[in-house]
Design a protein around this ligand. Structure first.
Ligand SMILES: C[S@@+](CC[C@H](N)C(=O)[O-])C[C@H]1O[C@@H](n2cnc3c(N)ncnc32)[C@H](O)[C@@H]1O
Length: 414
């Protein structure tokens, strides 16, 4: 394994991370577009025709592949993330989008004067009143119904993405956090959000992104899937081998690291996704087995043994995640063509005060699959919205930094 190379030219301090359709919707632990862009420009193998992201989230890699005029695909188990991805890679006809926006704007204006319509279908799901003011439930239902009834099916996602961000903002959730927490009672009493105003602002903001995307004139094939690489070899679904992977995988299970499912739960519930509250359990490391014997690491052996000595339960959680990570990498590796490459952007989180070198583990797992390590670039993360600190011991006040650096691991298949 080669030494890590610290290179803060990869930090992109002050860069605009919301260009093009990258602005459509926030999401936890998004990849910075500039990283995907530079990886594609500087590290793609010769004759790259197809890029894949096995943890595509909201599609940063696919948007950047599109901007580079390269076909791509991605997969994610979170329905809301897939919907955002699909919307971000679509060249909607701008005139039609503007017409639909005007229609929704007129309808909402009329509704705000006469909000009582006995025939209106009000969306309902478990605990909806716990998370949303009554007035907002009516307004959001009105918008969603009109999107479904009055907008061409191929254009609905664009507006649903704006609605998804809106509903988070008008809900009683504390918006500064990715996990779902309700705001304190005194704030709830004063909470009177302007649902239609917020929604139309987001639509306008996203229209500017769409305009910029359309102006690039790129026209590529992009597809979003919902398969799990822990169990499926991507090339069998994609019907082709992969030239290059650019991805940022989770760095731990959702319960103890980033809760992607929880972040998207309300949106998934509004869209009627079944088991919306269970998504975190199906993500990597989400289902726990107590007797794992498959995962073994040489490069991170000491760290894992230290965690096992301190807290066996936490060790089992980590091992479950790493076991899924290995299954996924084995399947991904088999789908890369000869001399194809992978770029994994990973974080090394701290568990019980011990830092887990996920970058070493990534190198090791690809080496076991016949890959050679090209480099690991270390960059500082100045502008990524994710929890930087946690309490390793669960003792109040005792904090340790979990994520100051990010590691870009680049490997090539022999
Ligand atoms: C760090 S995020 C990716 C963010 C993405 N690069 C972006 O810019 O939006 C990791 C993603 O992995 C997804 N995920 C977790 N386990 C998965 C699995 N087994 N298969 C596919 N996706 C998974 C989560 O839903 C989450 O969206």
């Amino acid at each position: 394994m080669k030494e890590r190379v610290i290179d803060n030219s990869w930090s992109f301090v002050g860069a605009d991370t919301k260009e093009f359709s990258h602005r459509y919707h926030v999401y936890p632990a998004m990849m910075i577009p500039q990283i995907a862009r530079r990886l594609i420009a500087e590290y793609k193998p010769k004759n790259t025709k197809f890029i894949f992201d096995p943890y595509c989230g909201t599609g940063t890699t696919m948007v950047e592949a599109k901007l580079a005029n390269i076909n791509s695909a991605g997969t994610d188990l979170n329905p809301m993330a897939r919907l955002i991805s699909k919307s971000k890679i679509t060249n909607y006809d701008l005139d039609k989008i503007l017409q639909y926006k005007d229609l929704l704007s007129d309808l909402s204006f009329a509704f705000s004067f006469n909000p009582i319509d006995k025939n209106q279908k009000i969306i309902n799901f478990e605990n909806i009143n716990f998370w949303f003011p009554k007035k907002s439930i009516r307004e959001l239902s009105f918008l969603l119904n009109n999107i479904h009834e009055n907008i061409d099916i191929d254009y609905q996602d664009f507006f649903i993405v704006a609605l998804s961000e809106t509903l988070r903002e008008v809900s009683y959730t504390r918006n500064s956090e990715f996990k779902l927490y309700r705001m304190p009672k005194h704030k709830m009493e004063q909470h009177n959000p302007d649902t239609f105003g917020i929604f139309l602002n987001k639509v306008n903001r996203n229209i500017e992104g769409l305009e910029a995307l359309n102006e690039t004139g790129t026209n590529t094939n992009v597809k979003v899937y919902d398969f799990n690489t822990c169990f499926v070899e991507p090339k069998k679904v994609l019907n082709q081998e992969i030239d290059f992977i650019v991805t940022s995988p989770p760095y731990g299970d959702s319960r103890t690291t980033v809760a992607y499912g929880q972040f998207s739960r309300l949106s998934n519930q509004w869209l009627g996704i079944e088991n919306a509250s269970q998504i975190d359990n199906i993500l990597m490391g989400g289902s726990r087995k107590d007797d794992l014997t498959t995962f073994y690491t040489e490069y991170a052996k000491e760290e894992l043994m230290q965690i096992k000595e301190i807290d066996n339960k936490r060790f089992i959680e980590v091992e479950n995640f790493l076991n899924d990570y290995k299954l996924s990498i084995d399947n991904v590796a088999r789908s890369i063509r000869k001399n194809g490459r992978v770029a994994y952007v990973v974080g090394n989180r701290t568990v019980k005060g011990v830092q887990i070198p996920l970058d070493y583990i990534t190198v090791e797992l690809f080496e076991q699959n016949g890959f050679e390590h090209i480099t690991t670039i270390v960059r500082e993360i100045p502008n990524k919205r994710m929890p930087k600190e946690n309490s390793p011991t669960n003792e109040k006040g005792k904090k340790s930094s979990t994520m100051n650096n990010e590691y870009i691991v680049i490997m090539e298949k022999h």
